[in-house]
Design a protein around this ligand. Structure first.
Ligand code: UTP
Length: 413
């Protein structure tokens, strides 16, 4: 029997068809910048790392990966996490996340609980990917999969869209559905049972993601007043089309490119840096009580008019994770270097593609080796297994000589 929520989609249709297209920002909104500091320049950094490591030892930190998207821009026929983006080791995005968490878990002496949100469209394939690879060696008691909600698409006249076999055409309810799905699937309760107090939440597609980064977790934990933190990067330039953290009517929010005027977008501080900076990277840390709070909130719905199953101008409804931030009232923007932590795989070619992610990872790992005074070959890039290092530590010429071709690989740009 179908459990499609027709009432919800019909109500959304009424709401959106009776009003002018919703504008994300109105003229009367007061938009102010959200300044941030780079974490690697902060004197409290070591203290944060120690705090984060202590929390990991206590089993108080979990990871939560959003993997319910359809990855349409990449055009890969399968779950994006199962995508091998051409590294010498053939590591998939899921494998990299798993192995980085295992590195942390081994150091902490406790596995890190890991929740992965899929959608009904890719759930079975995701599980197969993990099964085919013996869960990458991850402790099965500490990994949990659940799928997000789906909503039926509507035809232009507001009636439910059906395919040629008469089945309703559904699509995932957006990454904002993650909070509801986390609670409804029992995963929030699972976190509580495991003693989790902080949750690192990330997209599936960032090849450089520092899963459960202890320094980041420690920074949030050290500020008792803050419900959550977000990693941000400097914008490449004023025109870069990336969401930025700012305040709207004094509440933290992420502004899309079109949400701010040209004038604000180009505004600079005395030192020439952009006033509206702080690009969203999709890496966040939440206190458990903040997650609990959002999971009971009704986030706003957004509508997209799209061609679905060959029918033009259909209605699709989604919730966005970013709409959670105004509810939380406060946030810690945590500045990180793009080249150290942010290589998203979104597009098939060009920027944010498998090629750019491979190059960024290869360049970063080469830099780690150089820092460890290893003799690397001119012009070569390197891939280092997360079995050997989490963020560049524990590397030496001896490790390099022993691991080349096993846990360290050389490749061309
Ligand atoms: P994106 O917005 O980049 O979407 O998702 P996508 O599905 O990966 O790619 P396109 O836009 O179809 O090309 C950001 C993160 O949110 C997750 C994605 O899996 C990704 O990790 N997501 C997105 C969900 O978990 N559920 C959704 O309904 C949408």
């Amino acid at each position: 029997m179908s459990n499609i929520d027709f009432d919800l989609v019909q109500n959304l249709y009424k709401q959106f068809s009776n009003s002018a297209p919703a504008k994300e920002s109105k003229a009367e909104d007061v938009i102010t910048p959200m300044p941030f500091h780079m974490a690697n320049e902060d004197m409290r950094r070591e203290m944060w790392t120690e705090t984060g490591n202590l929390l990991l030892q206590q089993g108080a930190v979990a990871a939560f990966t959003l993997a319910g998207g359809q990855g349409s821009r990449l055009g890969f026929d399968g779950p994006k996490g199962a995508y091998d983006f051409g590294l010498p080791s053939k590591a998939t995005l899921f494998r990299m996340q798993a192995r980085r968490l295992m590195n942390l878990g081994a150091k902490a002496g406790k596995p890190v609980p890991w929740a992965i949100m899929t959608s009904p469209l890719n759930h079975a394939e995701t599980i197969h990917h993990f099964e085919d690879h013996s869960f990458f060696g991850y402790n099965r008691d500490y990994i949990r999969f659940f799928d997000q909600g789906m909503l039926c698409a509507l035809k232009p006249d507001g009636t439910p869209l059906q395919d040629e076999n008469g089945n309703y055409v559904e699509a995932p309810d957006g990454n904002g559905g993650c909070f509801r799905a986390l609670a409804m699937s029992g995963t929030l309760a699972w976190f509580v049972e495991k003693g989790v107090r902080f949750v690192f939440l990330c997209n599936v597609d960032n090849a450089l993601v520092k899963m459960c980064d202890p320094t980041f977790i420690g920074a949030l934990a050290s500020n008792g007043l803050l419900p959550c933190a977000a990693k941000v990067v400097h914008k490449k330039n004023a025109q870069e089309k990336v969401g930025i953290f700012a305040y709207k009517n004094k509440k933290p929010t992420v502004l899309e490119y079109s949400d701010i005027s040209d004038e604000l977008r180009n505004k600079t501080l005395e030192d020439g840096s952009l006033e509206f900076d702080g690009g969203n990277t999709g890496m966040y840390a939440f206190r458990m009580d903040a997650l609990r709070k959002i999971s009971t909130q009704e986030l706003p719905w957004h509508v997209a008019r799209k061609t679905v199953n060959g029918v033009e101008n259909c209605w699709k409804f989604e919730q966005f994770l970013l709409d959670a931030f105004p509810f939380l009232g406060k946030i810690l923007p945590y500045g990180v270097e793009r080249e150290d932590e942010f290589a998203p795989v979104k597009n098939a070619t060009g920027s944010d593609s498998p090629e750019s992610a491979r190059k960024m990872l290869g360049t970063l790992h080469r830099y780690w080796l150089e820092q460890a005074k290893v003799n690397v070959k001119p012009g070569k890039l390197y891939e280092i297994s997360p079995r050997l290092t989490y963020g560049g530590e524990n590397l030496s010429q001896e490790v390099f000589d022993r691991e080349l071709g096993r846990g360290i690989f050389e490749f061309d740009a």
